[in-house]
Design a protein around this ligand. Structure first.
Ligand SMILES: C[C@H](O)[C@H](C)C(=O)SCCNC(=O)CCNC(=O)[C@H](O)C(C)(C)COP(=O)([O-])OP(=O)([O-])OC[C@H]1O[C@@H](n2cnc3c(N)ncnc32)[C@H](O)[C@@H]1OP(=O)([O-])[O-]
Length: 719
């Protein structure tokens, strides 16, 4: 929908009207076409201004329309008609002009932006490319290098940067529409041919071929298998080498390939999944829109190890006053230094002043008596955490929220240490906590919707993607990681090498394979947890490491490496070898290959040929199977929660949508059939036994992932 008003006597004002972001739905496009014809036909009208309702210009094509039959006037001829208009058309950009929204503005003859506006062509983040002339007009307007940067990254640029690029003609701090109307009146007699961007030559730097080669190489390196960034480079190359119309034809061809690709579906699913996790719910029925958060003004962090430091930085950078407590003097001094350094570097990158004055350091837990919310980040030991929660409950105001950054310990046990267990939730950050976007907000049986709402809102305020999950061992992320790690170890026992397993997972799109990741995070972290669980102990009779624990298959490979202090990067030896402790370049280690051969011989294991398919299916399907158990248990409300956790917390490739979306893509019946195949071969590995929910979904015809929540609700109501 669009509205037409005549302003200042001679200006036709077209206002896009489709909340919340005036996306270019069929109705909006029809409105623009009709009202442009009206403005051009009215003799009194000398110029036209296009703007958006509610201080937002346009969020681009309507992503909700992508899944269906496209109807209404097509975008490209609509924008061509505006560019060819006989009267000047001015875009008044407020809020955002993204994707098709910016392409619409590029079809206009002038662009006026509010100083706080952001513009960009983020189609690549949806597995697409600017398909309404953006890949051909932008290079002609701002040059090939800048256009390549904006189109291959999809980043949003500020109005100031857009002005520097020449992407907008003027920026204002005042009412943008009024400024644009005045501007439109001033340019009525200016020649328009010079303002039709599609007619501009595409000026190229002398070494344009070298530039495209370099950009293509770096894009291939960072894309990790995503195809859209590569198509974006090819589209801009068409602008640099072909006449406009041929370039547009090339843009159309490339977009057609992407539009129907699985990756575009995965990325568009993920776009909406990111928004779905904000609409959280709890098994009790409490929901995001019925639970009001309590404002947090002052927070505290207890324990300034690696995680505590990152959490303190994230809070301070977001403007919160923070009381940072560390009882050990030496640790406190080191933490102060590290935190100041992180704040200064972050502030420099963002061009702002470091928030050093936001933090008060203390060694005494008494100093947190007046805060609104505390995040405990002490060593991952239940007894220690319980003691800290008892102290906090005694010291803090009764209304203070007590949160733990534990990565998998029982939140309810901590809640039971306090006077107000309903105000206790988990806030599980991911290392480095001031960088990683993901936050698991963990509610226990006593946690109140108020506490969950407050933690979710705080997460959003410090720039995190927060996902509300139930309390269980390992919550969602680490619980699904366990069978994934387990299968990787079993594959080594059966003949694979760490390099091969990692290569398969990295070709799939993970930033790092399971063994390189394990070396990075340190093998001793998991070892300590297994020791605490009594898992890493040798057989009481033989004293030898056994491969069976409570009737389940267990691989002591990781424990055996740790007994030799092969903790990974930190000791220079792990699943790989490194030049020296702390270096990050992993090299295959002949010692480990010999160790695996001896281990197999000692346990009478016969190595067999393991191919890509087996690695992917056993590692990913066992993880996905655990995902279905988590949905069945109600620990996660829907598949979107799991997928957002894995993309933002465990580097699952976004262009594959997430583990649950991937299962839907592969086909649930195939996942079920393969799990049954592997479980038959490995009956002592319960994580391969297909989850009943998976069976039920297959039995009900494998409904599309958007429909799983209904099936889950029915299944859980029958439990
Ligand atoms: C031809 C052409 O070349 C091609 C092919 C294209 O143009 S492809 C399209 C290119 N455009 C984009 O990639 C921009 C995508 N949007 C965003 O980046 C952000 O939304 C935002 C604009 C920066 C606002 O962020 P926000 O944090 O303030 O709010 P929100 O929660 O995100 O969004 C608020 C609500 O608006 C919905 N929404 C946002 N953008 C939308 C869009 N383009 N289409 C449909 N719905 C959209 C969103 O789902 C949510 O709905 P609900 O959850 O409330 O029901």
């Amino acid at each position: 929908m669009a509205q037409y008003t005549r302003v200042s006597g001679s200006v036709g004002l077209i206002t896009l009207q489709s909340p919340p972001v005036n996306a270019l739905s069929a109705a909006v496009r029809q409105g623009i076409v009709d009202l442009m014809q009206r403005a051009l036909s009215e003799p009194e009208v000398k110029s036209v201004v296009i703007c958006g309702q509610n201080g937002i210009f346009c969020g681009g094509a309507d992503i909700k329309e992508f899944g269906g039959q496209m109807s209404g006037p097509p975008l490209i001829p609509m924008i061509h008609a505006i560019e060819a208009a006989s009267k000047p058309v001015v875009a008044a950009i407020e809020g955002i002009a993204l994707g098709g929204g910016l392409e619409l503005a590029l079809g206009c003859h002038y662009r006026i932006a509010h100083s706080k506006a952001k513009v960009g062509l983020p189609e690549v983040t949806l597995g697409l490319l600017p398909g309404a002339g953006g890949s051909q007009r932008l290079p002609r307007l701002i040059g090939v290098p800048a256009a390549l940067d904006l189109i291959t990254t999809g980043r949003h640029v500020t109005a100031a940067e857009a002005l520097k690029f020449g992407l907008v003609d003027q920026i204002t701090d005042h009412n943008t529409v009024n400024v644009a109307v005045k501007f439109a009146q001033r340019v009525t007699d200016q020649p328009l041919d010079a303002r039709r961007i599609s007619t501009y030559p595409c000026l190229c730097p002398p070494d344009v071929d070298v530039l495209f080669e370099e950009v293509m190489q770096s894009v291939r390196r960072t894309a990790r298998g995503a195809i859209a960034p590569i198509a974006c480079v090819q589209a801009v190359r068409a602008a640099a080498t072909l006449p406009y119309n041929q370039g547009m034809e090339r843009e159309r061809e490339l977009l057609a390939t992407l539009f129907t690709s699985g990756q575009a579906h995965a990325l568009q699913y993920f776009f909406f999944a990111q928004r779905a996790v904000g609409r959280w719910s709890m098994p009790s029925g409490a929901r995001w829109d019925t639970s009001k958060p309590r404002p947090v003004h002052k927070a505290a962090v207890i324990g300034l190890g690696t995680m505590g430091r990152g959490i303190t930085v994230a809070l301070a950078q977001a403007g919160f006053s923070v009381v940072a407590v560390e009882t050990q003097e030496k640790q406190l001094m080191e933490a102060k230094q590290a935190i100041s350094g992180m704040l200064e570097r972050g502030a420099k990158r963002r061009g702002v002043a470091p928030a050093l004055d936001k933090i008060n350091y203390g060694r005494n837990i008494q100093s947190v008596a007046d805060v609104d919310l505390v995040i405990e980040a002490v060593f991952e030991d239940m007894a220690l955490k319980k003691k800290v929660f008892q102290q906090l409950s005694a010291v803090c105001k009764p209304s203070t929220f007590l949160c733990s950054n534990t990565s998998g310990l029982d939140i309810d046990q901590l809640a039971c240490q306090t006077r107000n267990p309903e105000l206790v939730v988990g806030m599980h950050f991911f290392a480095p906590a001031h960088v990683m976007k993901l936050l698991e907000v963990v509610y226990g049986p006593k946690s109140s919707p108020l506490a969950v709402a407050t933690a979710m809102q705080l997460g959003k305020k410090i720039g995190k993607v927060s996902v509300a999950v139930g309390n269980c061992r390992g919550f969602v992320g680490n619980r699904m990681l366990k069978p994934y790690l387990e299968q990787a170890l079993f594959l080594l026992e059966e003949g694979a090498t760490p390099e091969f397993v990692d290569q398969v997972l990295e070709e799939f799109g993970f930033a790092m394979g399971v063994f390189r990741m394990s070396d990075l995070s340190g093998l001793d972290v998991g070892w300590k947890v297994r020791m605490a669980d009594g898992l890493a102990m040798p057989d009481s009779t033989t004293g030898q490491p056994t491969r069976l624990r409570q009737g389940r298959r267990y691989s002591p490979l990781g424990d055996l490496l740790c007994e030799q202090r092969r903790f990974g990067q930190k000791t220079g030896r792990g699943w790989y070898q490194y030049d020296k402790p702390g270096s990050q370049v992993a090299k295959p280690d002949p010692w480990l290959h010999r160790f695996l051969d001896e281990y197999r011989a000692r346990h009478a294991l016969v190595a067999h040929r393991i191919d890509h398919q087996e690695v992917l299916e056993r590692c990913l399907y066992s993880m996905i199977n655990e995902g279905f158990r988590i949905l069945e248990d109600g620990i996660a409300a829907g598949p979107e929660d799991i997928d957002v956790i894995y993309v933002f917390g465990y580097s699952w490739p976004r262009h594959r949508g997430g583990p649950m979306f991937y299962a839907a893509t592969v086909g649930l019946n195939k996942v079920l059939e393969r799990l049954e195949h592997y479980y038959q071969a490995h009956p002592d590995v319960p994580s391969l036994q297909p989850c009943p929910l998976l069976r039920k979904l297959v039995a009900s015809g494998s409904p599309p992932i958007q429909k799983w929540r209904e099936v889950i609700k029915k299944v859980r109501s029958q439990l």
